[in-house]
Design a protein around this ligand. Structure first.
Ligand SMILES: [Zn+2]
Length: 527
């Protein structure tokens, strides 16, 4: 006979619970009830208030608040999981088999996509591009595309060729005689990318796949950022997928989304201010871009690129343009998250933030954010601290700050201590939120980078890194009273690790996620 429970309860006991509260209290047990943290203490304390809990013996393992990723692109994480990676296929047979497996899992009529094939690595004598006939053999009922690793050419099956309009770019569609070979190049590849962009149904599958991936990584909340391009000129298919998943009760991750600048006016017209939503899906605010990236030498620097003298990057949106969006956001008290990497871009964004801060309603803290903030100057760091601007930073980027890495090649050896200065930001009193930008998406990888950074300017303590990936990231989305700590009344979100990261960088390197708890329910358990 099953007993109906008065409450849904989960008790974790017999380990170390790091609450990450202000006093950094630790305890032996934590009780979740009806989705929230009910009690933290020793096992007896928790049992005393429990009625009939499901119980897990931690057996010495360690519990932390669920990680909060302050900057990611949740759909990209999912698409990578549900589509086909062709980059590691050793020959054409394997590439075609992987595409066939994807087709079998995909509803007829939906696109089947493969990324990164490189025929030049296949056995000699077998180094031809994938053909229309081969891709027809993968499926005739799905449009199939295999993008080559360089992104400048792709192979399509007949169904895919029929799905895309190549009007005006016919020269980029390769023919033999008068028959299309299935291979397209350059601008025709661009047409394929737009036509094959996932629809809401596929994006919901991507979302489910991303949630699964995030659970494996101990992440229970994400802040997902609009990218550079908007896919259609009205509405947003990604928001459509998020709302549909939430309505269906299928959103297994807490998601806060930051909308594309083209939608600044729409959000404000509806008076949608930041943090509107429920415990699963919320409006974060506006995402805008100021400069480009270091990789492309388009981050806007104060000086010039070491590997391209005379070049100092560019603003992808100038200050006036940014400020006009900022006014739209301020009109409805929306938070703004602006991508700024180079020192000059960061200064420009701080100036423009100063110009709109007064427009927020009295008593509203705008909590404006700078995304990346990689090359913030001393002065910019001071300004961020004084104005309460959040540094939304990605500690995994420190992997490029090692000797002979990207920062050294772009900016010179002197810049190695001058990027991603988390220790100095924290010293100055900047509120720091950690995220991944999904490169890669795992917090433990980023935390390890932060605690083993080469320079004092960058390196954080284990506690600082854990705090930035939990309570700091929660603060960045106005949710510090709901998540980021394990204290009664907050969301029952937690990660169970096999060892204690507070034991030091080596322990962090070896840490493994054993289980993830979302809203008091175990959503992931390692095998
Ligand atoms: Zn990003």
């Amino acid at each position: 006979m099953t007993r109906t429970r008065e409450h849904e309860e989960l008790l974790l006991h017999g380990g170390t619970v790091h609450t990450l509260d202000d006093d950094r209290t630790t305890a032996g047990a934590v009780l979740f009830r009806d989705g929230l943290v009910e009690a933290v203490g020793d096992a007896a304390d928790c049992r005393a208030v429990a009625t009939d809990p499901e119980t897990i013996d931690l057996d010495g393992r360690v519990v932390l608040p669920g990680f909060v990723d302050a900057h990611t692109h949740v759909f990209s994480v999912g698409i990578q999981r549900i589509e086909t990676d062709l980059s590691t296929a050793v020959d054409r047979e394997e590439a075609l088999e992987r595409l066939s497996a994807n087709a079998e899992d995909t509803d007829p009529g939906e696109w089947v996509l493969g990324f990164g094939y490189d025929e030049s690595t296949w056995p000699e004598g077998d180094r031809e591009y994938l053909t229309r006939e081969e891709l027809d053999a993968v499926s005739e009922s799905h449009p199939v595309v295999a993008y080559r690793v360089d992104g400048h050419t792709a192979g399509l099956n007949t169904a895919a060729l029929e799905r895309v309009s190549f009007d005006g770019v016919e020269d980029d569609v390769v023919v033999a005689g008068d028959r299309r070979t299935g291979r397209v190049v350059e601008e025709a590849v661009g047409r394929v990318r737009v036509a094959a962009h996932p629809d809401a149904a596929k994006l919901r599958r991507a979302l489910a796949a991303a949630a699964e991936r995030y659970h494996e990584l101990g992440v229970t909340s994400v802040q997902t950022m609009a990218g550079l391009t908007s896919v259609r000129d009205h509405g947003n298919v990604r928001h459509e997928a998020l709302h549909a998943a939430r309505r269906a009760g299928e959103l297994d991750l807490r998601v806060t989304y930051y909308a594309h600048a083209s939608q600044a006016g729409s959000l404000s017209d509806l008076e949608l201010s930041s943090a509107f939503g429920d415990d699963r899906l919320r409006v974060g605010g506006l995402k805008t871009f100021s400069d480009g990236s270091l990789g492309a030498r388009t981050a806007k620097l104060h000086g010039e690129y070491a590997d391209e003298p005379g070049e100092d990057g560019l603003m992808v949106n100038d200050g006036d343009r940014l400020e006009s969006w900022f006014h739209e956001a301020a009109r409805a008290d929306q938070q703004i998250a602006t991508h700024a990497i180079g020192g000059a871009a960061i200064d420009e964004v701080l100036d423009r933030y100063d110009a709109v801060r007064e427009e927020y309603d009295d008593g509203v803290e705008p909590r404006l954010r700078i995304e990346h903030a990689e090359l913030a100057t001393d002065e910019a760091i001071e300004r961020m601290a004084d104005a309460g601007v959040v540094a939304s930073v990605q500690p995994n980027f420190l992997k490029w700050s090692r000797p002979a890495g990207l920062y050294e090649s772009r900016l010179g050896v002197d810049a190695l201590a001058a990027n991603n200065r988390y220790a100095e930001m924290l010293d100055a009193g900047v509120s720091v939120a950690f995220g991944s930008d999904k490169m890669p998406p795992g917090p433990l990888f980023g935390i390890h980078q932060a605690v083993t950074a080469d320079h004092d300017t960058q390196r954080t303590t284990v506690d600082e890194a854990l705090a930035a990936y939990t309570r700091g990231a929660a603060h960045a989305e106005f949710a510090e009273d709901e998540k980021g700590r394990l204290v009664p009344g907050l969301f029952g979100d937690a990660v169970v690790l096999d060892r204690d990261p507070y034991d030091g960088p080596d322990a962090v390197a070896d840490c493994r996620v054993e289980a993830t708890v979302l809203g008091g329910e175990v959503v992931y358990e390692a095998e």
